[in-house]
Design a protein. Sequence first.
Length: 382
Amino acid sequence: MPKNGARSVAKNPEPRTRRPEPSAQNLAPRTLLITGGAGFIGSNFIRYVLDSHKDWSVVNFDKLTYAGNLENLRDVENDSRYTFLKGDIADRAVVGAALSEHKPQCIVNFAAESHVDRSILDASPFIEANIRGTQVLLEAARAHPVDRFLQISTDEVYGALGATGVFTEESPLLPNSPYSASKAAAELLCRAYWKTYGIPVVITRSSNNYGPYQFPEKLIPLMIGNALRGEELPVYGAGKQVRDWIFVEDNCRGIERALLAGQLGEAYNIAGSHEMCNLDVVEAILRILRGLTGPTTKLPGVKFISDPRGAAHDFRYSLTTSKARADLAWEPFTSFEEGLTRTVTWYMGHREWVNAIVSGEYRAYYKMMYGESDTHSMPEKT
């Protein structure tokens, strides 16, 4: 043994190498393991992939927590290119078995606890799913190499802006809630696994998504559902918080472009470049509903409530998308008015889907956050 307790070092340690980056041409046909694919953005992305890439296959790996709903994918469940596996991304054995059996070339990690309010009530599920789950997936990608590991993140990792300014991909990560902190931690793990092990990571940070199949705890579907049920519209504080809104299909296209053309180790902002404060979004929903149901339709009013997020409620987000436009040849196509009209119309035509959700656990959560309401389900279509 060397003197002074020093450890011996091998003269010729095995070098740590990275696999070469695959070209976009080598990314098709592909099998994608999509975690959290029964959720809002994940289910929209699965549908987009199956529609856009006839030679791609999808393995949907989802735990089916309260926000995971296989009804979101009822129209593709019999597609021979689609497979569903129920599993927890924090379960190392189950994740490893899925990769061993299906041998995906790409992993797209949507799986996450994602609601700020719930993270404030109890951060533990966010640590387990968003941090530990991501680390388990990264380890699985070490054991079963893939061409791309795409981590789906959020603009909330940047923290908050004042009335001016914009976040770039070089802005520091300064999360203000347990949810955003868990997503920032997941990103840092991805970066570390890229630098240390050469896991081919790409990250997307999207602004606030909206569109069909969004769980009704989020602002836009919450307000649409309450308005159609005749319930008051609960708005935190004065409703002046500003968000950059993107229609979910535009985000799906951005994720696809990041999967095909994103540079390894890089992050890309994906945003709609349409900023609105929460109160203006609510008023826009009511305006569209009046246009669709008739000007004499009686709609409920806004109920301003105490903000449970307190200092964790970021005032404003704004993202520059110049990097995604230049590197990925991507830009949003859908105006906010068009996207919101399509979203309201979808919820009006899918009241059974909503009614199946706004019961049980959701009603208990709603009562705790906003107080009890008089009605529990959407009226049937007339």
